[in-house]
Design a protein around this ligand. Structure first.
Ligand code: ADP
Length: 573
């Protein structure tokens, strides 16, 4: 896993790595030099009493330390730059990949949790890189050169010290394995905490309106509690290496000192080499301890990387066929032929057939749950039909590219969704190449121009999340302006069921009429005026198209679904 992180990012940053590598070698060498020179220092100062040499050695130690400081700084900056760049690269990759995934992917997940997990996992990958390179490499190099000094000064002592390494490494290995599992659970549960927060904030008006504060607080508390105890478990596991490492280190240091003292006392071995050795041993202790921790941290980071790659590697479902042609629209006739469809096991549509003629308005009506919105998602190819097909100007939409299909459709959803950015930018999303003049023209047609000019910065007024400062009707008119700007031959309209005040309702209706002019319109209709003016009405019931006609012809049909809905005035289901 880690190898993949490096393989995919190594080549692009080779210069940064080389520079950092030179710094790291400098750090390691200057560290072990201090230990190495101890022997000469002890021998010169205490045995030979040569003052001049002692001063030289002191100076060299001073130089070694400051060299080490500058080299540490150099490698830290160089590597952080690389790792920041790698994070940005992953963020871009995830963003690009999310765009490719189908609506189905997002339907089956909670958006807030997806976001929280992506965030945690990318941070985890950053940690992999920071840890491995900044600390691991430096510590390993320092450790190797210090162990080299130890062996050089005293082979037997070095051997005694190292006897304790294998059992310690074995214990750490087992610890890391336990931790891996705890960690992926940890990421998931933290994702749930962030997700729950985000959902609460997004739905705060519902929370307050239903006075669910207490209940939600309780739910949140449960998730938080679970995350807390999971974090505690992770800490217990990851810190368990502390006592283990200290115990082994204590045993090693005690044995070495004991054996060295024994040799000095009984065999008169001079102490210079021993001092150098013990300096190296004590200096090796810090990097060694950090390295034992790093294995555990790496385990966690590797796990994050794995979860991130699971997302990046997920196949974008329903890709276009490689040779799929583009949709060519001449008039914009839309034909549903015997369309059947279900979400998983549940059958939702059963052999639905109807035609929306070019330039005309076709209204879909019927009780809630009849399958009207599902027809719209199928036309947009968020899902593919199970049987039958949808034809636009006699081309099956299943065989053309999804992009070319969607470019020919302007979709106005029930919930007008506004994105982060200015009002003008939000309209421009309808057609990225549009000029300012065209944007204003679309806004005018959608009866939005005047209220936009009343905003503090006109078209350049920024919108908060979901455009919180605009009224429902204003937001709908913005989304209609976006659809008008798109200038697509087919308009797919999901009328809002939530009622606006009479005045806004009338303006939105006018805006919609402007958007509908000259296009093939398929509208999931709730407003009586829309239905009455439609050229054709298709009545849906239980996943079937049960009646078809105009308001005139259908309301005269006794006992029909439409006439019943009409009598009940229940179109706004
Ligand atoms: P309408 O728009 O007429 O109210 P829909 O097309 O929204 O009807 O829904 C038709 C049926 O499909 C309903 O029973 C609904 O529960 C189900 N349904 C809609 N969307 C989904 C989905 N994403 N996953 C599973 N079932 C769905």
């Amino acid at each position: 896993m880690l190898r993949r992180v490096f393989a995919e990012n190594g080549r692009a940053h080779i210069r940064g790595y080389i520079f950092a590598g030179i710094c790291l070698v400098t750090v390691a060498l200057s560290t072990s030099y201090v230990a190495y020179i101890m022997k000469s220092f002890i021998d010169q100062a205490f045995a030979a009493g040569n003052a001049e040499n002692v001063w030289l050695i002191c100076l060299s130690i001073f130089v070694a330390f400051s060299l080490r400081g500058f080299a540490s700084y150099g490698q830290a900056v160089a590597l952080s730059r690389v790792s920041n760049n790698i994070i940005a690269t992953y963020q871009r990759r995830v963003a690009a990949h999310l765009m490719k995934l189908s609506v189905e992917f997002f339907n089956s997940r909670r958006s807030a949790q997806v976001v929280a997990q992506i965030n945690q996992n990318i941070t985890g990958v950053r940690e992999v890189l920071n840890l491995t390179i900044t600390s691991t490499t430096r510590d390993i190099l320092s450790l190797i050169s210090l162990v080299g000094v130890m062996f050089y000064q005293d082979f037997v002592l070095a051997f005694i010290a190292l006897v304790f390494a294998p059992p310690m490494l074995f214990g750490l290995q087992r610890l890391a394995r336990e931790l891996r599992h705890a960690n992926s659970e940890g990421v998931k549960i933290t994702g749930r905490v962030f997700g729950a927060f985000q959902e609460t904030i997004q739905g705060i008006s519902i929370v307050k309106a239903f006075t669910m504060e207490r209940q939600l607080e309780k739910n949140l508390d449960e998730v938080i509690r679970a995350a807390e105890s999971r974090s505690n478990q992770i800490v217990r596991l990851s810190e368990r290496n502390g006592p283990m490492v200290e115990t082994f280190a204590g045993a090693a240091v005690a044995s070495v000192i004991g054996y060295a003292a024994y040799r000095t006392i009984y065999h008169n071995v001079p102490p210079g080499a021993f001092f150098s050795f013990i300096t190296a041993l004590l200096m090796a202790y810090d990097p060694a301890r950090r390295l034992t921790k790093i294995q555990v941290q790496m385990q966690r980071a590797a796990n994050n990387a794995k979860m991130l790659y699971a997302l990046l590697d997920s196949e974008p479902n329903q890709p276009d066929a490689p040779s799929a042609p583009k949709l060519e629209v001449s008039g914009g006739k839309v034909e549903f032929r015997e369309v059947s469809f279900g979400y998983g096991e549940q059958h939702v549509l059963n052999k639905v057939s109807f035609t929306a003629e070019r330039g005309q308005t076709t209204a879909l009506v019927g009780p809630s749950g009849a399958g009207k919105s599902t027809l719209a998602t199928l036309l947009l190819r968020f899902f593919d039909t199970a049987e039958g097909g949808i034809f636009v100007d006699d081309q099956n939409i299943a065989s053309v590219t999804k992009r070319s299909l969607r470019e020919k459709i302007a979709y106005v959803s029930q919930q007008p969704y506004l994105f982060e950015g200015t009002i003008g930018e939000n309209i421009r999303l309808g057609r990225p190449g549009a000029t300012t003049g065209e944007i204003e023209e679309a806004a005018r047609l959608a009866y939005a121009h005047d209220f936009i000019l009343e905003q503090p910065q006109g078209y350049d007024t920024p919108l908060g999340e979901n455009g919180i400062t605009l009224s429902g009707g204003q937001r709908q008119r913005l989304s209609i302006a976006r659809a008008i700007l798109r200038n697509a031959p087919i308009l797919l309209l999901d009328e809002a069921t939530s009622s606006l005040d009479v005045e806004s309702e009338a303006i939105v209706q006018k805006a919609l009429e402007a958007a509908m002019a000259g296009r093939t319109v398929i509208v999931i209709a709730h407003r009586f005026s829309t239905i009455r003016n439609a050229d054709k009405i298709v009545v849906m019931n239980n996943g079937r198209a049960v009646e078809e006609g105009t308001h005139q012809s259908l309301s005269q049909k006794d006992g029909g679904v439409y006439s019943r809905l009409n009598e009940l005035h229940s179109f706004s289901a």
